[in-house]
Design a protein around this ligand. Structure first.
Ligand code: KG4
Ligand code: ZN
Length: 345
């Protein structure tokens, strides 16, 4: 493919958890390819991600997935301007596979390496919604590992406003799904089941933590769901849709309330929801209606860019590269977010 020589072509690599992904993105906005090799089948029998197995699968997949991304993009590796890879947070063994591969690849090509914070990657996925949000905006990141609200002031600057004190929203979905015997990961299974249930039939207390804070808590809803599941006994099959609907309504109410409250506090008209849970179009539908009532504009990435992917890593990498934020060959991965959570690269 012929690209103007002024365009910046970035190869993104993601391997922080159970997806091996590679993507080619031009100028942080035009996705030429986005390949995701999911390991769901590998981990499903264990009811969650097994770190050792994840690393092994990443090793198997990283080269074919990267080849496929370059092939689909129609771009030769010589045309790449930089390689951006997830540096953390995530599973160290899994991160090491993608980040070491990116180091070697960029070194061999003589192009810059960019170490991207996975959470900054999710935030950058908001720029793929169309139209993209206007700065400053408030973003809710809800995934299997994190649930947090950020005040986003530029492509590379975001301030953490609040985060979960216990489980992430996606984690609560996965745990409740497991208790219902719905398999792993359980987010979309619960969403489907909830569509057949009455969200008012079983009420779950909404944990707003302190009213004024933007912190979340989901372990109480999860525990309450576990109790209702046990108490249902023989009626479990008929109760399951109502439990799923009640649980989802409680999670959605908390997420919507905190995000809208954050937007009002920071006087932002634009809001975004990103991360795996943003794939839940029942929740984003509720959020859109509530946002519109408040005069707010909601931005959600396309479905395939809500969960882990490498296009968001390439996009975040592009904005970092513009500011000269590259990583040296000696840079290492990190399992946890260096405090404070925000734009550490
Ligand atoms: O962003 P992601 O792919 O990985 C992390 O960075 O964690 O998010 C995965 C999470 C899982 O917990 C999964 O159950 C949840 O996103 N998820 C959903 C839906 N689809 C995926 N949660 C609720 N409803 C969905 N439709
Ligand atoms: Zn993620």
């Amino acid at each position: 493919m012929e690209l103007p020589s002024t365009s910046s072509v970035i190869l993104g690599i993601e391997s922080s958890c159970d997806e091996t992904a590679a993507a080619v993105v031009v100028d942080g906005k035009e996705i030429l390819s986005s390949v995701v090799a999911s390991q769901v089948k590998t981990h499903a029998p264990y009811g969650g991600v097994v770190p050792e197995l994840a690393s092994r699968k990443h090793i198997e997949n990283i080269v074919p997935v990267t080849r496929q991304a370059l092939l689909q993009a129609g771009v030769s590796e010589k045309r790449l301007d930089a390689v951006a890879a997830t540096r953390g947070p995530g599973l160290v063994g899994a991160l090491l596979v993608g980040f070491s591969f990116a180091k070697a690849f960029s070194w061999a090509l003589g192009i810059p390496l960019i170490g991207v914070n996975h959470l900054d990657g999710h935030l950058a996925s908001a720029f793929f919604s169309s139209p993209a949000p206007e700065f400053p905006f408030v973003a809710l990141l809800a995934s299997g590992g994190h649930t947090a609200v950020y005040h986003v002031v530029s492509h590379t600057r975001a301030e953490l406003m609040g985060q979960t004190r216990d489980d992430a929203a996606g984690e609560a979905y996965d745990k409740v799904a497991k208790m219902m015997g719905l398999g792993y990961p359980g987010g979309s299974a619960i969403e489907k089941l909830a569509a057949k249930g009455d969200p008012q039939k079983i009420h779950f207390t909404r944990p707003f933590v302190d009213k004024s804070s933007f912190d979340f808590s989901f372990s109480g809803i999860k525990t309450a769901a576990g109790r209702v599941i046990r108490e249902a006994g023989e009626r479990l099959d008929e109760e399951m849709p109502h439990i799923a609907a009640g649980f989802q309504q409680a999670v959605a109410d908390v997420l919507c309330h905190k995000l809208i409250h954050a937007a009002k506090t920071r006087e932002c008209r634009h809001i975004a929801m990103v991360g795996g849970v943003a794939a839940n179009r029942t929740i984003t539908g509720m959020l859109r209606r509530k946002a519109e009532n408040e005069g707010l504009v909601l931005h959600v990435p396309p479905l395939d860019l809500c969960g882990d992917n490498a296009a968001m890593i390439a996009a975040a990498g592009f904005f970092m590269l513009r500011e000269g934020k590259t990583a040296g060959i000696e840079s290492d991965v990190y399992a946890r977010v260096p405090a404070p959570v925000s734009k550490t690269g």
